[in-house]
Design a protein around this ligand. Structure first.
Ligand code: DP6
Length: 408
């Protein structure tokens, strides 16, 4: 599309970034599938955007004929119902706000069509749920463009993907299940900021997987229909676990935090096995990582490292700065990589460490060459940010993705 100069000026554009979050108390099961209302509250840590983020540019113009979206360089179908819910909700909030200011003019351009372009700085193959950072970024960027207030955003992002509402804040974030039928009180809120526990470190261990797992939306649907354990978890286990998790985070009690994190991941995967037919997200490599973590902790007689797994075989490891370099060396020893250097170890650098013969002997596991493809090292990070530099917009002045964004 070649626009005349005066039309170009009618183009408004905003670019924002949003983070990935990893739950330590898992969300699994909806009580309302349309509004995406959960059966239990959940709690997560927001990861740093230097390592893992989604960037989204949204432009609106009276010259655009229709809403359009490009994800990781490819145009996708905008009629996806979850995308439509987010767009409709933001436009509704924006109109409501404008009507209270001035009902005659469209200041923000909310009546215009939008072009959306979004990319991740991590490969989809990393198996990290990109829907959380993706929907959080979309909703946040739309809100900046159309002037919607931040308290309303987590209810909108939730309707894109449940876990996305937690990516709207930095640090430790809880998503309270709420009680109302319309979901107005099913919102995310920050528990502690990203600077509260500065020693905390996060490693994503990307394992070699042969097959694609069942998606979380359909997986949790089958669990709700068939698992009795899910009901028990939602009614009895999670309410007290949420309280305990918040307490141990506030006390910066790593052994208690790590143990609860591992138990909650294990219970989520137990529900997957209790689902009929059962869902297997963990593979042999995941099981080996679980054994390694327990053997390492057992050697020291305390919980120094904790794992958690989502709807796939990759492990996310929580530990403290003091134990990080040794544990990374343990992983390298028991999963000797195919590639070395930055290809295997990405993200925040870690010092090298020597392993004692005693530790290696005590762990007593056969090494699994190439079992882990690569590691991403990161820490807690902030919520969504506005990108000020217009050179970083993903859309050009013609409202179409820049050449650097398009994939073949
Ligand atoms: C295992 O948020 O991806 O990662 O709401 O259907 O989009 P939908 O599901 P989604 O589920 C995430 C499930 C999980 C646990 C968690 O992040 O809490």
């Amino acid at each position: 599309m070649n626009m005349p100069e005066n039309d170009k000026q009618s183009l408004s554009m905003v670019t924002c970034t949003a983070p990935v979050n990893i739950a330590v108390i898992k969300y699994w099961g909806k009580r309302d599938e349309d509004l995406i209302l959960p059966m239990n509250s959940s709690l997560s840590l927001t990861l740093h955007q230097d390592q893992l983020k989604t960037t989204t540019t949204v432009a609106c113009s009276r010259n655009f004929q229709q809403d359009r979206i490009w994800l990781n360089g490819k145009e996708e179908d905008i009629s996806n119902p979850r995308l439509q819910s987010c767009l409709q909700e933001i436009r509704r909030f924006s109109r409501k706000r404008q009507n209270t200011v001035d009902s005659t003019s469209d200041v923000s351009g909310v009546s215009h069509k939008v072009h959306i372009c979004s990319v991740n700085n991590f490969p989809t193959a990393a198996g990290l749920a990109s829907s959380a950072s993706g929907y959080a970024c979309l909703v946040y960027t739309l809100s900046q463009l159309f002037g919607v207030e931040s308290e309303q955003l987590s209810a909108v992002a939730r309707q894109g993907s449940g876990s996305a509402c937690r990516s709207l804040y930095g640090g430790f974030v809880q998503w309270k299940l709420g009680e109302q039928l319309d979901g107005k009180d099913s919102l995310a809120e920050q528990v502690e900021s990203e600077s509260y526990w500065p020693e905390l470190r996060v490693l994503t261990l990307v394992v070699s997987a042969e097959q694609k797992s069942v998606g979380s939306t359909s997986g949790m649907h089958t669990s709700v229909e068939t698992s009795q354990l899910l009901k028990y978890r939602a009614d009895v286990v999670v309410p007290s676990r949420m309280e305990e998790m918040i307490r141990v985070i506030r006390e910066r009690d790593f052994p208690a935090f790590g143990e609860l994190t591992m138990k909650d991941s294990n219970q989520f995967h137990a529900i997957c096995l209790d689902t009929y037919p059962p869902i297997f997200y963990l593979n042999n490599m995941s099981h080996r990582i679980i054994s390694l973590v327990h053997r390492y902790n057992q050697y020291y007689g305390e919980t120094r490292v904790a794992y958690t797994f989502d709807a796939g075989p990759n492990a996310v490891i929580y530990t403290l700065q003091d134990h990080l370099s040794e544990f990374v060396q343990v992983v390298r020893h028991f999963f000797p990589p195919e590639v070395s250097g930055e290809e295997f170890f990405k993200g925040l650098p870690v010092c090298s460490a020597d392993l004692s013969e005693e530790l290696k002997k005590d762990i007593n596991m056969e090494p699994t060459p190439k079992g882990i493809r690569y590691i991403i090292s990161t820490k807690a990070g902030p919520g969504p940010c506005v990108v000020k530099d217009p050179n970083h917009h993903l859309l050009g002045a013609d409202g179409l993705p820049k050449k650097s964004v398009i994939s073949d």
